[in-house]
Design a protein around this ligand. Structure first.
Ligand code: AMP
Length: 500
Protein backbone atom coordinates (compact mmCIF):
# COMPACT_ATOMS: atom_id res chain seq x y z
CA UNK A 1 0.00 0.00 0.00
CA UNK A 2 1.53 3.27 -0.89
CA UNK A 3 -1.21 5.88 -0.61
CA UNK A 4 0.61 8.09 1.81
CA UNK A 5 -2.33 9.22 3.94
CA UNK A 6 -3.49 5.65 4.56
CA UNK A 7 0.07 4.43 5.10
CA UNK A 8 0.64 7.07 7.78
CA UNK A 9 -2.72 6.33 9.43
CA UNK A 10 -1.41 2.84 10.27
CA UNK A 11 1.07 4.38 12.71
CA UNK A 12 -1.63 6.42 14.49
CA UNK A 13 -3.64 3.26 15.40
CA UNK A 14 -6.07 3.93 18.22
CA UNK A 15 -5.65 7.69 18.32
CA UNK A 16 -8.84 9.62 17.54
CA UNK A 17 -9.01 10.66 13.90
CA UNK A 18 -12.53 12.00 13.45
CA UNK A 19 -15.30 13.24 15.72
CA UNK A 20 -18.40 13.60 13.56
CA UNK A 21 -22.19 13.45 13.80
CA UNK A 22 -21.91 9.65 13.35
CA UNK A 23 -19.61 9.24 16.40
CA UNK A 24 -15.93 9.18 17.31
CA UNK A 25 -13.56 7.15 15.13
CA UNK A 26 -9.92 6.14 15.49
CA UNK A 27 -7.38 5.97 12.68
CA UNK A 28 -7.69 2.17 12.85
CA UNK A 29 -11.47 2.41 12.33
CA UNK A 30 -10.98 4.78 9.41
CA UNK A 31 -8.57 2.31 7.81
CA UNK A 32 -11.00 -0.56 8.36
CA UNK A 33 -14.04 1.31 6.98
CA UNK A 34 -12.13 2.58 3.94
CA UNK A 35 -10.82 -0.94 3.21
CA UNK A 36 -14.44 -2.16 3.19
CA UNK A 37 -15.49 0.64 0.83
CA UNK A 38 -12.55 -0.31 -1.43
CA UNK A 39 -13.58 -3.99 -1.32
CA UNK A 40 -17.10 -3.08 -2.41
CA UNK A 41 -15.80 -0.94 -5.26
CA UNK A 42 -13.42 -3.60 -6.52
CA UNK A 43 -16.39 -5.90 -6.94
CA UNK A 44 -14.16 -8.87 -7.74
CA UNK A 45 -11.66 -6.95 -9.88
CA UNK A 46 -8.06 -6.49 -8.75
CA UNK A 47 -7.73 -2.73 -9.19
CA UNK A 48 -9.89 0.24 -10.32
CA UNK A 49 -6.88 1.40 -12.34
CA UNK A 50 -7.51 5.14 -12.03
CA UNK A 51 -11.18 4.99 -12.94
CA UNK A 52 -13.27 7.75 -11.29
CA UNK A 53 -15.86 7.11 -8.59
CA UNK A 54 -18.22 9.99 -7.73
CA UNK A 55 -19.60 10.44 -4.23
CA UNK A 56 -21.90 12.78 -2.34
CA UNK A 57 -22.07 13.00 1.45
CA UNK A 58 -22.36 15.70 4.08
CA UNK A 59 -19.07 16.42 5.84
CA UNK A 60 -18.61 13.52 8.29
CA UNK A 61 -16.91 10.17 8.82
CA UNK A 62 -18.63 8.59 5.80
CA UNK A 63 -17.29 11.26 3.48
CA UNK A 64 -13.70 10.59 4.52
CA UNK A 65 -14.07 6.77 4.60
CA UNK A 66 -15.52 6.74 1.07
CA UNK A 67 -12.82 9.05 -0.28
CA UNK A 68 -10.07 6.91 1.20
CA UNK A 69 -11.87 3.73 0.03
CA UNK A 70 -11.86 4.97 -3.58
CA UNK A 71 -8.13 5.67 -3.31
CA UNK A 72 -7.39 2.29 -1.76
CA UNK A 73 -9.24 0.51 -4.58
CA UNK A 74 -6.98 2.35 -7.06
CA UNK A 75 -9.68 4.79 -8.22
CA UNK A 76 -9.97 8.56 -8.56
CA UNK A 77 -12.28 10.25 -6.04
CA UNK A 78 -14.77 12.77 -7.45
CA UNK A 79 -16.43 14.58 -4.52
CA UNK A 80 -19.73 16.16 -5.51
CA UNK A 81 -21.28 19.35 -4.15
CA UNK A 82 -24.25 19.14 -1.77
CA UNK A 83 -25.59 22.42 -3.14
CA UNK A 84 -25.90 21.10 -6.69
CA UNK A 85 -29.39 20.42 -7.99
CA UNK A 86 -29.89 17.43 -10.28
CA UNK A 87 -28.87 19.09 -13.60
CA UNK A 88 -25.50 20.14 -12.13
CA UNK A 89 -24.88 16.69 -10.64
CA UNK A 90 -25.78 15.21 -14.00
CA UNK A 91 -23.29 17.50 -15.75
CA UNK A 92 -20.41 16.45 -13.46
CA UNK A 93 -21.30 12.76 -13.68
CA UNK A 94 -21.49 13.06 -17.47
CA UNK A 95 -18.12 14.80 -17.63
CA UNK A 96 -16.25 12.58 -15.15
CA UNK A 97 -17.79 9.27 -16.42
CA UNK A 98 -17.42 7.45 -13.09
CA UNK A 99 -17.62 3.65 -12.84
CA UNK A 100 -19.74 3.94 -9.70
CA UNK A 101 -21.65 6.52 -7.71
CA UNK A 102 -21.94 6.53 -3.91
CA UNK A 103 -24.22 8.70 -1.80
CA UNK A 104 -25.06 9.19 1.85
CA UNK A 105 -28.72 8.10 2.27
CA UNK A 106 -29.73 11.57 3.56
CA UNK A 107 -28.77 13.26 0.29
CA UNK A 108 -29.03 10.44 -2.23
CA UNK A 109 -32.30 11.17 -4.11
CA UNK A 110 -31.09 13.37 -6.99
CA UNK A 111 -27.92 11.35 -7.43
CA UNK A 112 -29.74 8.03 -7.43
CA UNK A 113 -31.93 9.34 -10.25
CA UNK A 114 -28.87 10.49 -12.23
CA UNK A 115 -27.10 7.14 -11.71
CA UNK A 116 -30.22 5.21 -12.78
CA UNK A 117 -30.65 7.28 -15.94
CA UNK A 118 -27.05 6.69 -16.88
CA UNK A 119 -27.05 3.00 -15.91
CA UNK A 120 -24.28 3.44 -13.33
CA UNK A 121 -23.51 1.24 -10.35
CA UNK A 122 -24.94 2.98 -7.25
CA UNK A 123 -24.58 2.35 -3.53
CA UNK A 124 -25.44 4.01 -0.25
CA UNK A 125 -22.30 4.88 1.69
CA UNK A 126 -23.80 3.52 4.90
CA UNK A 127 -24.20 0.03 3.41
CA UNK A 128 -20.72 -0.31 2.00
CA UNK A 129 -18.91 0.68 5.21
CA UNK A 130 -19.76 -2.88 6.38
CA UNK A 131 -18.81 -4.72 3.19
CA UNK A 132 -16.68 -7.91 3.63
CA UNK A 133 -12.95 -7.29 3.28
CA UNK A 134 -11.04 -8.31 0.16
CA UNK A 135 -7.40 -7.94 -0.90
CA UNK A 136 -6.56 -4.39 -1.96
CA UNK A 137 -4.20 -3.43 -4.77
CA UNK A 138 -0.89 -1.62 -4.32
CA UNK A 139 -1.41 1.99 -5.48
CA UNK A 140 1.62 3.98 -6.57
CA UNK A 141 1.62 7.65 -5.66
CA UNK A 142 2.09 8.85 -9.23
CA UNK A 143 -1.51 7.81 -9.83
CA UNK A 144 -4.34 10.30 -10.04
CA UNK A 145 -6.22 10.73 -6.76
CA UNK A 146 -8.96 13.34 -7.20
CA UNK A 147 -10.96 15.33 -9.68
CA UNK A 148 -12.25 18.61 -8.21
CA UNK A 149 -14.74 20.54 -10.33
CA UNK A 150 -14.10 24.27 -10.56
CA UNK A 151 -15.48 27.13 -12.65
CA UNK A 152 -13.42 28.84 -15.32
CA UNK A 153 -13.94 31.60 -17.83
CA UNK A 154 -15.06 29.20 -20.53
CA UNK A 155 -18.27 27.21 -20.41
CA UNK A 156 -19.14 24.74 -17.67
CA UNK A 157 -16.95 23.72 -14.72
CA UNK A 158 -13.80 21.73 -15.48
CA UNK A 159 -12.34 18.79 -13.54
CA UNK A 160 -9.00 19.60 -11.90
CA UNK A 161 -7.01 16.35 -11.68
CA UNK A 162 -4.65 15.91 -8.72
CA UNK A 163 -2.32 12.93 -8.20
CA UNK A 164 -1.43 11.35 -4.86
CA UNK A 165 2.03 12.90 -5.19
CA UNK A 166 0.54 16.36 -5.77
CA UNK A 167 -1.83 15.91 -2.85
CA UNK A 168 1.08 14.88 -0.61
CA UNK A 169 3.10 17.91 -1.77
CA UNK A 170 0.16 20.23 -1.02
CA UNK A 171 -0.35 18.72 2.43
CA UNK A 172 3.31 18.63 3.49
CA UNK A 173 3.85 22.23 2.37
CA UNK A 174 1.11 23.36 4.78
CA UNK A 175 2.19 21.00 7.56
CA UNK A 176 5.65 22.59 7.46
CA UNK A 177 4.48 26.18 7.12
CA UNK A 178 1.82 26.05 9.82
CA UNK A 179 3.57 23.47 12.02
CA UNK A 180 0.79 20.90 12.26
CA UNK A 181 1.42 18.13 14.82
CA UNK A 182 -0.56 15.21 16.22
CA UNK A 183 -1.50 17.44 19.16
CA UNK A 184 -3.63 19.63 16.89
CA UNK A 185 -7.41 19.61 16.83
CA UNK A 186 -9.34 21.40 14.08
CA UNK A 187 -13.03 22.09 13.46
CA UNK A 188 -14.23 21.28 9.93
CA UNK A 189 -17.46 22.82 8.62
CA UNK A 190 -16.42 23.76 5.07
CA UNK A 191 -17.88 22.05 1.99
CA UNK A 192 -15.92 18.90 1.18
CA UNK A 193 -16.04 19.18 -2.62
CA UNK A 194 -13.55 22.08 -2.44
CA UNK A 195 -9.79 22.04 -1.89
CA UNK A 196 -10.03 24.24 1.23
CA UNK A 197 -11.97 21.67 3.28
CA UNK A 198 -10.51 18.54 1.68
CA UNK A 199 -6.83 19.43 1.71
CA UNK A 200 -6.17 22.29 4.15
CA UNK A 201 -8.45 20.99 6.89
CA UNK A 202 -9.23 17.25 6.69
CA UNK A 203 -6.19 15.88 4.85
CA UNK A 204 -3.67 17.98 6.78
CA UNK A 205 -5.25 16.90 10.09
CA UNK A 206 -5.19 13.21 9.15
CA UNK A 207 -1.67 13.41 7.76
CA UNK A 208 -0.48 14.91 11.04
CA UNK A 209 -2.28 12.35 13.23
CA UNK A 210 -4.39 15.17 14.67
CA UNK A 211 -8.11 15.19 15.54
CA UNK A 212 -10.60 16.50 12.99
CA UNK A 213 -13.96 17.44 14.50
CA UNK A 214 -16.61 17.68 11.79
CA UNK A 215 -19.88 19.61 11.73
CA UNK A 216 -22.14 18.61 8.82
CA UNK A 217 -22.58 22.26 7.76
CA UNK A 218 -21.63 25.76 8.83
CA UNK A 219 -23.86 27.37 11.42
CA UNK A 220 -22.47 30.40 13.26
CA UNK A 221 -24.06 29.50 16.63
CA UNK A 222 -22.94 25.87 16.48
CA UNK A 223 -19.41 26.91 15.56
CA UNK A 224 -19.34 29.41 18.44
CA UNK A 225 -20.67 26.74 20.85
CA UNK A 226 -17.82 24.48 19.85
CA UNK A 227 -15.21 27.24 20.10
CA UNK A 228 -16.45 28.09 23.60
CA UNK A 229 -15.93 24.52 24.78
CA UNK A 230 -12.18 24.91 24.09
CA UNK A 231 -9.46 22.37 23.12
CA UNK A 232 -9.43 23.43 19.45
CA UNK A 233 -5.97 24.48 18.29
CA UNK A 234 -6.61 25.44 14.65
CA UNK A 235 -9.39 27.15 12.72
CA UNK A 236 -9.70 27.74 8.97
CA UNK A 237 -12.47 29.54 7.11
CA UNK A 238 -13.36 31.86 4.26
CA UNK A 239 -13.87 35.62 4.91
CA UNK A 240 -17.69 35.34 4.69
CA UNK A 241 -17.66 32.91 7.60
CA UNK A 242 -15.62 35.31 9.73
CA UNK A 243 -18.16 38.06 8.90
CA UNK A 244 -21.00 35.78 10.04
CA UNK A 245 -19.16 34.80 13.22
CA UNK A 246 -18.51 38.48 14.01
CA UNK A 247 -22.20 39.21 13.49
CA UNK A 248 -23.23 36.43 15.90
CA UNK A 249 -20.66 37.66 18.45
CA UNK A 250 -22.00 41.22 18.24
CA UNK A 251 -25.53 39.93 18.86
CA UNK A 252 -24.49 37.99 22.00
CA UNK A 253 -24.59 39.15 25.65
CA UNK A 254 -21.37 40.53 27.20
CA UNK A 255 -20.91 37.34 29.27
CA UNK A 256 -21.34 35.11 26.21
CA UNK A 257 -19.00 37.29 24.18
CA UNK A 258 -16.32 36.86 26.82
CA UNK A 259 -16.61 33.05 26.65
CA UNK A 260 -16.55 33.13 22.85
CA UNK A 261 -13.45 35.30 22.77
CA UNK A 262 -11.73 33.17 25.45
CA UNK A 263 -12.33 30.08 23.28
CA UNK A 264 -10.59 31.77 20.35
CA UNK A 265 -7.65 32.85 22.48
CA UNK A 266 -6.94 29.23 23.40
CA UNK A 267 -6.26 28.36 19.73
CA UNK A 268 -2.79 28.64 18.26
CA UNK A 269 -3.75 29.71 14.71
CA UNK A 270 -6.73 31.06 12.76
CA UNK A 271 -6.47 31.18 8.95
CA UNK A 272 -8.49 32.93 6.23
CA UNK A 273 -8.42 32.20 2.53
CA UNK A 274 -10.22 31.31 -0.73
CA UNK A 275 -11.21 34.97 -1.20
CA UNK A 276 -9.82 38.39 -0.34
CA UNK A 277 -10.01 39.17 3.38
CA UNK A 278 -11.12 42.81 3.83
CA UNK A 279 -8.82 44.66 6.25
CA UNK A 280 -11.95 45.77 8.17
CA UNK A 281 -12.86 42.10 8.79
CA UNK A 282 -9.30 41.32 9.90
CA UNK A 283 -9.45 44.24 12.36
CA UNK A 284 -12.89 43.30 13.75
CA UNK A 285 -11.79 39.69 14.14
CA UNK A 286 -8.72 40.87 16.05
CA UNK A 287 -11.06 42.64 18.52
CA UNK A 288 -13.32 39.58 18.81
CA UNK A 289 -10.68 36.87 19.08
CA UNK A 290 -7.33 38.42 19.87
CA UNK A 291 -5.99 36.80 16.67
CA UNK A 292 -4.48 38.49 13.64
CA UNK A 293 -5.89 36.19 10.95
CA UNK A 294 -3.25 34.50 8.82
CA UNK A 295 -4.32 35.18 5.24
CA UNK A 296 -3.18 32.81 2.52
CA UNK A 297 -3.77 32.57 -1.22
CA UNK A 298 -4.47 29.42 -3.23
CA UNK A 299 -6.52 27.89 -5.99
CA UNK A 300 -7.92 24.45 -6.84
CA UNK A 301 -5.35 24.02 -9.64
CA UNK A 302 -2.30 24.87 -7.53
CA UNK A 303 -3.17 24.14 -3.92
CA UNK A 304 -1.93 26.84 -1.57
CA UNK A 305 0.75 29.14 -2.98
CA UNK A 306 1.26 32.18 -0.74
CA UNK A 307 0.93 32.61 3.00
CA UNK A 308 1.55 35.15 5.68
CA UNK A 309 3.97 33.82 8.32
CA UNK A 310 3.00 31.60 11.23
CA UNK A 311 5.60 33.42 13.32
CA UNK A 312 6.35 37.03 12.54
CA UNK A 313 4.35 39.97 11.28
CA UNK A 314 1.22 39.33 9.22
CA UNK A 315 0.52 42.27 6.95
CA UNK A 316 -3.18 43.20 6.60
CA UNK A 317 -4.27 43.16 2.95
CA UNK A 318 -1.29 40.98 1.94
CA UNK A 319 -0.98 37.26 1.30
CA UNK A 320 2.65 36.82 2.32
CA UNK A 321 5.35 34.82 0.59
CA UNK A 322 5.54 31.53 -1.35
CA UNK A 323 4.85 28.41 0.73
CA UNK A 324 7.53 25.67 1.01
CA UNK A 325 8.08 23.92 -2.33
CA UNK A 326 6.06 26.50 -4.33
CA UNK A 327 7.60 28.84 -6.92
CA UNK A 328 5.69 32.04 -7.65
CA UNK A 329 6.43 34.82 -10.12
CA UNK A 330 4.53 37.78 -11.54
CA UNK A 331 4.40 38.06 -15.29
CA UNK A 332 3.49 40.60 -17.96
CA UNK A 333 1.22 39.95 -20.93
CA UNK A 334 4.06 38.33 -22.86
CA UNK A 335 4.67 35.90 -19.98
CA UNK A 336 7.97 37.53 -18.90
CA UNK A 337 8.71 38.21 -15.21
CA UNK A 338 7.91 41.81 -14.20
CA UNK A 339 10.27 44.08 -12.22
CA UNK A 340 9.76 44.40 -8.43
CA UNK A 341 6.83 46.64 -7.44
CA UNK A 342 5.19 46.26 -10.87
CA UNK A 343 1.84 44.42 -10.93
CA UNK A 344 1.70 41.18 -12.90
CA UNK A 345 -0.30 37.97 -13.29
CA UNK A 346 0.56 35.32 -10.69
CA UNK A 347 2.25 32.29 -12.26
CA UNK A 348 2.95 29.19 -10.18
CA UNK A 349 5.23 26.19 -10.60
CA UNK A 350 6.11 23.25 -8.37
CA UNK A 351 5.06 19.81 -7.16
CA UNK A 352 1.83 21.24 -5.71
CA UNK A 353 0.44 22.12 -9.16
CA UNK A 354 -2.30 19.91 -10.69
CA UNK A 355 -1.79 17.46 -13.57
CA UNK A 356 -4.37 18.91 -15.96
CA UNK A 357 -8.09 19.35 -16.62
CA UNK A 358 -9.93 16.05 -16.92
CA UNK A 359 -10.16 15.05 -20.58
CA UNK A 360 -9.41 18.62 -21.75
CA UNK A 361 -5.88 18.59 -23.19
CA UNK A 362 -6.38 21.82 -25.10
CA UNK A 363 -7.57 23.80 -22.07
CA UNK A 364 -4.76 22.27 -20.01
CA UNK A 365 -2.21 23.39 -22.58
CA UNK A 366 -3.62 26.92 -22.61
CA UNK A 367 -3.50 27.15 -18.79
CA UNK A 368 0.32 26.87 -18.73
CA UNK A 369 3.07 29.09 -20.14
CA UNK A 370 6.60 27.64 -20.30
CA UNK A 371 5.71 25.23 -17.49
CA UNK A 372 4.12 27.90 -15.27
CA UNK A 373 0.41 27.72 -14.40
CA UNK A 374 -1.21 31.09 -15.13
CA UNK A 375 -3.71 31.86 -12.37
CA UNK A 376 -5.51 34.85 -13.89
CA UNK A 377 -4.99 36.70 -10.57
CA UNK A 378 -3.04 39.96 -10.56
CA UNK A 379 -0.71 40.88 -7.70
CA UNK A 380 2.19 43.12 -6.80
CA UNK A 381 5.24 42.10 -4.77
CA UNK A 382 6.50 44.80 -2.41
CA UNK A 383 9.59 44.06 -0.30
CA UNK A 384 9.13 40.38 -1.06
CA UNK A 385 5.50 40.30 0.18
CA UNK A 386 2.63 39.68 -2.25
CA UNK A 387 -0.58 41.69 -2.36
CA UNK A 388 -3.48 40.56 -4.56
CA UNK A 389 -4.90 43.34 -6.70
CA UNK A 390 -7.71 41.47 -8.43
CA UNK A 391 -8.50 39.09 -11.23
CA UNK A 392 -7.71 39.54 -14.87
CA UNK A 393 -10.88 37.66 -15.84
CA UNK A 394 -13.98 39.75 -15.26
CA UNK A 395 -16.23 36.71 -15.71
CA UNK A 396 -15.01 34.89 -12.60
CA UNK A 397 -17.01 35.69 -9.45
CA UNK A 398 -16.00 34.73 -5.90
CA UNK A 399 -18.96 34.68 -3.56
CA UNK A 400 -18.68 33.32 -0.02
CA UNK A 401 -15.44 31.58 -1.06
CA UNK A 402 -17.14 29.72 -3.95
CA UNK A 403 -15.73 30.38 -7.41
CA UNK A 404 -18.35 30.72 -10.11
CA UNK A 405 -18.47 31.57 -13.78
CA UNK A 406 -20.69 34.46 -14.88
CA UNK A 407 -20.94 32.78 -18.28
CA UNK A 408 -22.43 29.61 -16.83
CA UNK A 409 -25.18 31.62 -15.11
CA UNK A 410 -25.80 33.60 -18.31
CA UNK A 411 -26.16 30.35 -20.25
CA UNK A 412 -28.80 29.16 -17.79
CA UNK A 413 -30.63 32.52 -17.85
CA UNK A 414 -30.73 32.53 -21.65
CA UNK A 415 -32.73 29.31 -21.64
CA UNK A 416 -35.56 31.09 -19.75
CA UNK A 417 -38.42 31.75 -22.18
CA UNK A 418 -38.88 35.40 -21.04
CA UNK A 419 -35.21 36.40 -21.26
CA UNK A 420 -33.75 37.69 -24.50
CA UNK A 421 -30.33 38.87 -23.30
CA UNK A 422 -28.45 39.01 -20.03
CA UNK A 423 -25.17 39.95 -18.37
CA UNK A 424 -24.06 38.58 -15.00
CA UNK A 425 -21.51 40.36 -12.79
CA UNK A 426 -19.97 40.12 -9.32
CA UNK A 427 -20.56 43.26 -7.25
CA UNK A 428 -18.45 44.04 -4.13
CA UNK A 429 -20.33 42.97 -1.00
CA UNK A 430 -19.36 43.30 2.70
CA UNK A 431 -20.59 39.79 3.62
CA UNK A 432 -20.12 37.70 0.46
CA UNK A 433 -16.99 39.34 -0.96
CA UNK A 434 -18.89 39.61 -4.22
CA UNK A 435 -22.59 39.05 -4.79
CA UNK A 436 -24.00 37.71 -8.03
CA UNK A 437 -26.14 40.26 -9.92
CA UNK A 438 -27.85 39.93 -13.28
CA UNK A 439 -29.08 42.48 -15.79
CA UNK A 440 -31.65 41.05 -18.18
CA UNK A 441 -33.47 42.25 -21.28
CA UNK A 442 -36.89 40.66 -21.48
CA UNK A 443 -38.85 39.46 -24.50
CA UNK A 444 -41.49 41.97 -25.63
CA UNK A 445 -44.50 42.22 -23.35
CA UNK A 446 -42.94 40.22 -20.43
CA UNK A 447 -42.47 41.47 -16.84
CA UNK A 448 -39.66 40.55 -14.51
CA UNK A 449 -40.85 38.36 -11.63
CA UNK A 450 -37.66 37.94 -9.59
CA UNK A 451 -39.16 35.43 -7.12
CA UNK A 452 -40.29 32.98 -9.76
CA UNK A 453 -37.05 33.50 -11.69
CA UNK A 454 -35.10 32.51 -8.56
CA UNK A 455 -37.20 29.38 -8.09
CA UNK A 456 -36.72 28.49 -11.77
CA UNK A 457 -32.95 28.98 -11.55
CA UNK A 458 -32.59 26.99 -8.34
CA UNK A 459 -33.86 23.93 -10.18
CA UNK A 460 -30.94 24.31 -12.58
CA UNK A 461 -28.08 25.88 -10.63
CA UNK A 462 -26.60 25.64 -7.13
CA UNK A 463 -28.26 28.27 -4.94
CA UNK A 464 -25.02 30.25 -4.44
CA UNK A 465 -24.98 30.85 -8.22
CA UNK A 466 -28.51 32.29 -8.34
CA UNK A 467 -28.33 36.11 -8.67
CA UNK A 468 -29.16 37.94 -5.45
CA UNK A 469 -30.31 40.95 -7.48
CA UNK A 470 -31.76 41.12 -10.96
CA UNK A 471 -32.73 44.22 -12.93
CA UNK A 472 -34.57 44.45 -16.21
CA UNK A 473 -33.11 46.88 -18.79
CA UNK A 474 -34.30 48.12 -22.15
CA UNK A 475 -30.88 47.21 -23.56
CA UNK A 476 -27.52 46.03 -22.21
CA UNK A 477 -24.60 48.49 -22.31
CA UNK A 478 -22.45 47.20 -25.18
CA UNK A 479 -19.14 48.20 -26.73
CA UNK A 480 -18.48 48.82 -30.43
CA UNK A 481 -17.96 45.10 -30.96
CA UNK A 482 -21.39 44.44 -29.47
CA UNK A 483 -19.95 42.84 -26.30
CA UNK A 484 -21.69 43.68 -22.99
CA UNK A 485 -19.61 46.18 -20.99
CA UNK A 486 -19.43 44.37 -17.67
CA UNK A 487 -18.00 47.31 -15.66
CA UNK A 488 -20.99 49.38 -16.77
CA UNK A 489 -23.36 46.59 -15.71
CA UNK A 490 -21.60 46.46 -12.31
CA UNK A 491 -22.15 50.22 -11.89
CA UNK A 492 -25.89 49.72 -12.23
CA UNK A 493 -25.87 47.62 -9.05
CA UNK A 494 -23.29 49.72 -7.21
CA UNK A 495 -25.03 52.99 -7.98
CA UNK A 496 -28.67 52.10 -8.62
CA UNK A 497 -29.66 55.80 -8.77
CA UNK A 498 -27.39 56.39 -11.71
CA UNK A 499 -29.13 53.68 -13.72
CA UNK A 500 -28.85 54.02 -17.45
P1 AMP B 1 -10.72 28.25 -5.80
O1 AMP B 1 -10.12 27.49 -6.92
O2 AMP B 1 -12.20 28.07 -5.65
O3 AMP B 1 -10.01 28.01 -4.50
O4 AMP B 1 -10.56 29.79 -6.14
C1 AMP B 1 -9.30 30.33 -6.32
C2 AMP B 1 -9.40 31.81 -6.47
O5 AMP B 1 -9.82 32.42 -5.25
C3 AMP B 1 -8.08 32.46 -6.78
O6 AMP B 1 -7.75 32.35 -8.15
C4 AMP B 1 -8.32 33.89 -6.32
O7 AMP B 1 -9.02 34.62 -7.31
C5 AMP B 1 -9.23 33.71 -5.12
N1 AMP B 1 -8.48 33.76 -3.84
C6 AMP B 1 -8.06 32.74 -3.08
N2 AMP B 1 -7.42 33.19 -1.97
C7 AMP B 1 -7.44 34.54 -2.05
C8 AMP B 1 -6.96 35.60 -1.23
N3 AMP B 1 -6.36 35.38 -0.07
N4 AMP B 1 -7.15 36.87 -1.65
C9 AMP B 1 -7.78 37.13 -2.82
N5 AMP B 1 -8.27 36.19 -3.63
C10 AMP B 1 -8.11 34.89 -3.25
Amino acid sequence: MSILLAERAGSFGDRTAIIAPEGTFTYRQLLDASARVASFLLNGSLDLEERPVAFLAPPGFQHVAVQWGIWRAGGIAVPLSLSHPRPELDYVIGDASPVAVIAHPDVSDPLLAVARDRGLRFAHGTDILEHPLEALPPVVTSRQAMILYTSGTTGRPKGVVISHDTLAAQITSLIRAWEWTENDRILEFLPLHHIHGIVNVVSCALWAGAVCEILPAFNAWKVWDRIRRGRLTLFMAVPTIYVKLIDAWVRSSPADRKDMSDGCRKMRLMVSGSAALPVSTLEKWREVSGHVLLERYGMTEIGMALSNPLHGKRLPGCVGVPLPGVEVRLTDEAGAAVAPDIPGEIAVRGRTVFSGYWRRPEETRKAFRSGWFMTGDVAVCENGVYRILGRSQVDIIKTGGEKISALEIEEALRTHPDIRECAVVGVPDPVWGERVCAAVVLEAGRCLDTDSLRVWLKQRLASYKVPRETVSLEALPRNAMGKPIKPAVKMIFQHPDGRL
